[in-house]
Design a protein. Structure first.
Length: 303
């Protein structure tokens, strides 16, 4: 499938590598010079000359809507994958003739989460505690964190958007939120104008009690889930790649690139049962909006 990557930062490089491994002809849209392979300076020319079937949008979050608009104006009729989150704030898609639109929540293809979803389908969940943290200055090697979109509110940065994998898989695993409250903001000395920490308390439509903590401050990268069901205590670690059920350990061997390979393969082969669709991606944006509105421990209800 002829694939076009729009944006060539660290995530664009990963998508390029994965799509090449899947034997897809790939071109890039970027203002950078001396890039590998076929490159274009603008989307219009790339659509006209390369005629892709599949477009992967991985420029800054605040540019996603405009990029979709340009694709629509160029009468693109193929499939689009937008890096998470779909937009910097909630918005409907521009009028388009796209075949499909997906959002790049690749953790849905993590073997540990896939196994967890199977386990939870057979049990009633009572509570879940979710934690994700990583020290922002260590996030992107060889880049000044202060110059990344993560550090800039107008570019769509901040933990709620950067770490929205947790918000996506919370809905994917536990269902739609019913009510929530939150507390967050910038508490550190990091030179950013975005929030660096958020804590969310939530009740799902299945009356599960869920807490989520998201942080730019952890010197040791962490991604964990603790779950109580009617019968089991389940501990999940997405960095060390294990599930423990009542202390019994099951460790998985995984390369993070495999989640991207499986995600792109699902798109290419029209096997989209796990991939995040546009409706789910927009629901995550509504969730982010509700979290921001509830900041300061005000309760918000999902009507």
């Amino acid at each position: 499938m002829k694939s076009l990557i729009i944006g060539y930062g660290s995530i664009g490089k990963r998508h390029l590598s994965v799509l090449k491994d899947l034997n897809c002809p790939v071109a890039i849209v970027s203002k950078q010079d001396d890039l590998p392979g076929l490159c274009f300076k603008n989307i219009d020319k790339a659509i006209k000359d390369f005629n892709p079937q599949y477009v992967v949008i991985c420029n800054s979050t605040n540019d996603h809507f405009n990029t979709l608009s340009i694709l629509a104006k160029n009468n693109f009729t193929g499939t689009v994958l937008i890096e998470k989150p779909i937009f910097s704030s909630y918005s409907e898609l521009p009028i388009n003739d796209f075949k499909n639109v997906f959002v790049g929540y690749n953790l849905r293809f993590h073997p540990v989460l896939l196994r967890l979803k199977e386990i939870l389908s057979l049990q009633k969940v009572l509570s879940a505690n979710i934690y994700v943290g990583q020290f922002l200055p260590d996030w992107r090697p060889n880049q000044d964190y202060k110059k990344t979109y993560s550090a800039n509110k107008e570019s769509g940065g901040g933990v709620l958007r950067d770490l929205s994998h947790e918000l996506d898989y919370t809905s994917w695993l536990f269902g739609t939120w019913k009510s929530l409250t939150s507390q967050g903001g910038k508490v550190s000395k990091l030179e950013i104008d975005t929030e660096d920490i958020f804590t969310i308390l939530m009740k799902s439509n299945q009356n599960q009690s869920i807490s989520i903590q998201m942080s730019y401050l952890d010197r040791i990268k962490q991604r964990k889930i603790l779950i109580n069901t009617e019968y089991d205590f389940i501990e999940v670690d997405l960095i060390k790649n294990y599930i423990k059920i009542n202390g019994s350990n099951n460790t998985f061997s995984i390369d993070i690139n495999s989640t991207y390979i499986d995600m792109h393969s699902s798109v290419i082969n029209n096997q989209d049962s796990n991939i995040c669709n546009v409706e789910e991606g927009l629901k995550t944006m509504k969730l982010i909006k509700a979290i921001e509105e509830s900041n300061g421990l005000k309760w918000v209800h999902n009507e």
